[in-house]
Ligand binder design. Structure first.
Ligand SMILES: Cc1ncc(COP(=O)(O)O)c(C=O)c1O
Length: 380
């Protein structure tokens, strides 16, 4: 049975081995725009492609502001800082996410609290979030929610649109607003994914995108903070540019800042990639349809975009019957040079997060033990 699957995947990718999980596709103006950077000498943090790329992201996502950063992890770090997360606060996120989410929260000086996944969307479960906040928090006179056990303020919640699939973000935002908790969406994987016709990353106080080489579009390395809040955007931009006070020739910095801005060369690649985004998404959705049809015949569960969602299908996911089956499929596929991968090890199972508080993680544990991602690149 596994042979059927790997043969089908190899055929899709014209038997070019190894078949990567997700590789970038450069078939537009990438080289031309890079040449322009070199010819103009604007290769670093200043240059016209950075603002052009930011504008393209605003136009596409409908966000009012976009601030380009050197990667998605840094964008998340500054989204948290700029939205008011302070040292020793607590931040709610998911146990099932890429480690960068939890690391950015830690780097903002906050403690992660890991909550469960929703089986319909793979993202944060609104039910589990609501139960945690009802049982474990009190709202004090300052209007903030505090953890009854630790006495710490819970200032933010970072839900993650996993593998590109939109989560139930409207419910999450509604629940958090009742507790005065800011929502910062980790939309690193979900450029081109929409929930009820609104782009992922644009529901909360801020959202972040990643343009790592394995994402739907890439800038080599890169990230973007998106927000409708002018003050938050200005603060993030200021912090990301060493907190320099804009001036024609003077070097003055008014606080300890960061060197997080995206270089012009990376933004140049991003502009060229954005020009092809719709083509990529159309191809990725067609590939997902192909997989869905194939796995339906084979009786294997293929994860389909949830109700109210339009997904970019960044990674295509199958759900096998148990961990033993998952592992033997992974073993076989990788032997065949088909790069299938499991979901991430849950955050509280990593040594640095083993003592962090968690909710009940029954759904995340189920998903972690059965889920496999299969090759999903655009056929370039
Ligand atoms: C869910 C998630 N969050 C955050 C990141 C961090 O993005 P970057 O690799 O651009 O730092 C990634 C991707 O790598 C991711 O998949």
């Amino acid at each position: 049975m596994y042979k059927n699957i790997t043969d089908f995947i190899k055929e899709i990718y014209s038997n070019r081995l190894p078949v990567p999980l997700h590789e970038p596709c450069f078939k537009g103006n990438e080289k031309k725009y890079l040449q322009e950077c070199i010819d103009s000498t604007f290769v670093s943090y200043v240059g016209p492609f950075v603002s052009r790329f930011e504008q393209m992201i605003c136009d596409y996502t409908g966000s009012k502001f976009a601030v380009a950063m050197a990667n998605g992890t840094l964008a998340l770090h500054l989204a948290l800082v700029a939205s008011g997360v302070r040292r020793d606060d607590e931040v709610l996120t998911q146990a099932m996410t890429f480690v960068a989410t939890a690391n950015a929260i830690s780097q903002a000086g906050a403690q992660n609290i890991f909550l469960d996944s929703d089986l319909e969307t793979l993202g944060m479960s609104p039910e589990k979030l609501s139960a945690f906040l009802k049982e474990e928090t009190i709202i004090k006179k300052d209007g903030y929610a505090y953890n009854k056990k630790t006495g710490r303020r819970i200032s933010a919640c970072v839900p993650v649109h996993i593998f590109g699939h939109p989560l139930k973000i409207a419910d999450i935002v509604k629940i958090c607003s009742e507790y005065n908790i800011k929502v910062i969406e980790d939309a690193a994987e979900s450029l081109g994914s929409w929930y009820r016709n609104k782009h992922t990353g644009t529901f909360g106080a801020a959202g972040i995108l990643s343009f790592n080489g394995n994402k739907t579009i890439t800038t080599g390395g890169g990230g973007m903070l998106v927000t409708d809040d002018a003050d938050l955007a200005m603060r993030a931009k200021h912090l990301s540019t060493t907190a320099k006070i804009p001036h024609a020739w003077e070097f003055r910095h008014d606080e300890i800042g960061y060197n997080y801005r995206m270089p012009n060369v990376n933004a140049a690649i991003g502009c060229a990639q954005m020009e092809n985004l719709e083509i990529f998404i159309t191809q990725k959705r067609a590939l997902a349809d192909k997989y869905a049809e194939f796995f339906a015949k084979d009786g294997i569960e293929f994860f389909k975009e949830p109700e109210d969602c339009r997904s970019n299908y960044w990674l295509n996911t199958i759900i096998l019957n148990n961990r033993a089956e998952r592992d033997s499929f992974l073993e076989y596929a990788n032997d065949q040079q088909v790069m299938a991968r499991p979901g991430w090890c849950l955050m509280p199972n990593l040594p640095m997060y083993k003592n962090n508080e968690c909710g009940n993680l029954s759904n995340a544990e189920t998903l972690e033990s059965k889920l496999v991602n299969i090759p999903s690149s655009v056929i370039c």
